[in-house]
Design a protein around this ligand. Structure first.
Ligand SMILES: [Cu+2]
Length: 115
C-alpha cells in the first residue's frame, strides 16, 4: 500500500515538472505583438533609400544624424541583418531604420517605410 502511494506521488511530481517546462517553452515563443513593441522602443532614424543590393544584403541610405551611433547625416552603405528586409524597398523610398555597430560594420537591424 505504501509503495502504491509513492508511485502515485512520483507520477504527480513528474506531470507537474512536465507541465512547468511546457509552460516555460510557451512563454519564450516570440509573438508578432512583442516584436512590434520592441521596434517601437528602438531609436529610429529617418532616411531615404538610394540603392538596394538584395544579393549582397546591402542598402545605400541617405540618412539623418544617428544618435545612438554618434554619426552625422550622410549617404552611406549599410549591411542588413537579413536580405528579406530589403524585398519591399526601392530607391527613393522614405524609411525609418535602426542601425547598430557590429564587428566594425554598420548593420541595419530594422527598417520600415516612413509614415
Ligand atoms: Cu552614416
Amino acid at each position: 500500500m505504501k509503495m502504491k502511494t509513492n508511485l502515485l506521488l512520483a507520477a504527480g511530481l513528474l506531470s507537474l515538472a512536465l507541465g512547468t517546462s511546457f509552460a516555460a517553452e510557451t512563454v519564450s515563443q516570440p509573438t508578432p505583438a512583442t516584436a512590434t513593441a520592441g521596434a517601437a522602443s528602438m531609436a529610429m532614424t529617418a532616411g531615404e533609400v538610394r540603392k538596394v543590393d538584395l544579393a549582397q544584403g546591402k542598402v545605400t541610405l541617405k540618412h539623418e544624424a544617428i544618435a545612438n551611433l554618434d554619426m552625422p547625416a550622410m549617404t552611406m552603405v549599410f549591411r542588413v541583418q537579413s536580405a528579406d528586409m530589403l524585398k519591399n524597398l526601392k530607391p527613393g523610398d522614405k524609411v525609418q531604420f535602426h542601425a547598430e555597430s557590429s564587428a566594425g560594420a554598420m548593420l541595419v537591424t530594422h527598417i520600415e517605410a516612413a509614415r
